[in-house]
Design a protein around this ligand. Structure first.
Ligand code: PLP
Length: 384
């Protein structure tokens, strides 16, 4: 039975209102002044009325926005934060087109990629108006989608056309392109069976900060590496990678290096690792339990030049023990983001003489040249 309404009960209701959402509603309802305390003195009634109004104020400070107001707010929140990044264009298969207004660069909340992490992604650098290694990244992208059981909404050629047009619409000549495949919007369930259509999203990012190839320190990661089944695909489940990067930063390092289940060197959170042994061989861990990096694979191809010029004795892809890695004369991180960056210290061990080695520098120059003037197999022209 409901308790009689009197001043004491009403104060109780309001004392509780912050912790009990059902009472919040009741209190809100009461604030419409349907409630009359049993014989209130005038001053008491005012106290109650004021607290009712205060209580109702707590629940009406979140504005209800129109779609255009929401877009405007997103646009201005982006503009208000200091950043060197700009998003120049976004494609969404949900929109069926490209937008260049940052306020419209959104994806649906019920997309399976958002609430269950059921999505894959990839990137490609935009260098002097060309997409670098787009084909290679697209192949890996489709491989990741296949492993994640996401059926793309388009075939590879159509996706390539969309990506090229998105870069063209952005007018960006130097930056990066990121793209995602997801099982799409659905019903917030675990199964994607309610997701009606898989989706493709892409965004063109311009970074105005200059690249850095300075030597860095790495540590051994304590965050567990993903099992091979998940490490070989580029899914959006990057929580271990994020935590490993944070662990590195907390320890004054640039990246944390994962070891595989057998204790061999695996990879960094978003890059591969390579070494130059004391007898001048370029050494790289195999790609069967880690992401097969497009940049690392290209480095392996271009390293043939260094063998020809006798700068290195050879190239070997094999398991690398931690001892072997720490004894190397050079160590480097390789990836689309870092390009080729020298590692000068791993945990407490200084690598080589603590300075960037000649092989690391030569490999970086080979990749940078390849980005600017490599063959058509690695460069896709953007028709602006
Ligand atoms: C886990 C991981 N390993 C390696 C790489 C390097 O790959 P790529 O050279 O294709 O950028 C990445 C790139 O994002 C990555 O996320």
């Amino acid at each position: 039975m409901a308790a009689p309404l009197n001043l004491q009960n009403m104060q109780l209701i309001f004392a509780n209102h912050q912790s009990n959402p059902r009472i919040q509603t009741t209190a809100f309802h009461f604030s419409q002044f349907r409630l009359r305390p049993t014989s209130p003195r005038r001053s008491q009634f005012h106290v109650i009325k004021n607290s009712l109004i205060e209580a109702s104020h707590v629940y009406d400070d979140v504005p209800l926005l129109s779609a255009s107001e929401a877009i405007e707010r997103l646009r201005s929140s982006r503009e208000s934060c200091k950043r060197t990044l700009r998003y120049l264009a976004m494609y969404s298969s949900v929109f069926g087109g490209i937008v260049t207004d940052e306020g419209a660069m959104v994806i649906p909340m019920d997309d399976h990629m958002v609430h269950r992490g059921h999505g894959v992604f990839d990137t490609a650098a935009i260098v002097d108006g060309y997409l670098y290694e787009l084909e290679q990244h697209l192949d890996r992208f489709l491989g990741s989608a296949d492993k994640a059981k996401i059926k793309p909404p388009f075939d590879k050629q159509t996706m390539k056309r969309i990506l090229v047009q998105t870069v063209s619409a952005s007018s960006c000549r130097n930056g990066s392109l990121r793209y995602w495949l997801s099982s799409g919007p659905g019903d917030f369930q675990l199964s994607p069976s309610g997701c009606h259509l898989s989706t493709l999203y892409a965004i063109v990012i311009q970074d105005q900060s200059p690249p850095s190839y300075k030597g860095i320190k790495v540590i051994t990661a304590s965050i567990p590496i993903k099992p091979p089944q998940f490490a070989i695909m580029k899914s959006v489940n990057y929580l271990p990678n994020v935590l490993s990067k944070m662990e590195a930063e907390e320890n004054g390092a640039y990246a944390a290096i994962w070891l595989d289940e057998q204790g061999f060197v695996a990879e960094g959170p978003n890059m591969n690792v390579a070494f130059v042994t004391q007898d001048n061989v370029l050494l790289m861990p195999p790609f069967d339990k880690i992401l097969s990096g497009c940049t690392a694979k290209r480095v392996l191809e271009l390293a043939g030049d260094l063998v020809k010029n006798k700068k290195i004795r050879g190239v070997q892809v094999k398991d690398v023990s931690v001892e072997e890695g720490k004894e190397a004369q050079e160590m480097m991180l390789i990836g689309s983001g870092v390009v080729v960056r020298p590692v000068l210290q791993w945990d407490d061990k200084i690598i080589g003489n603590g300075k960037e080695g000649a092989v690391t520098e030569s490999l970086r120059n080979l990749i940078l040249d390849d980005m600017k003037s490599g063959p058509s197999t690695v460069r896709t022209a953007i028709p602006y």
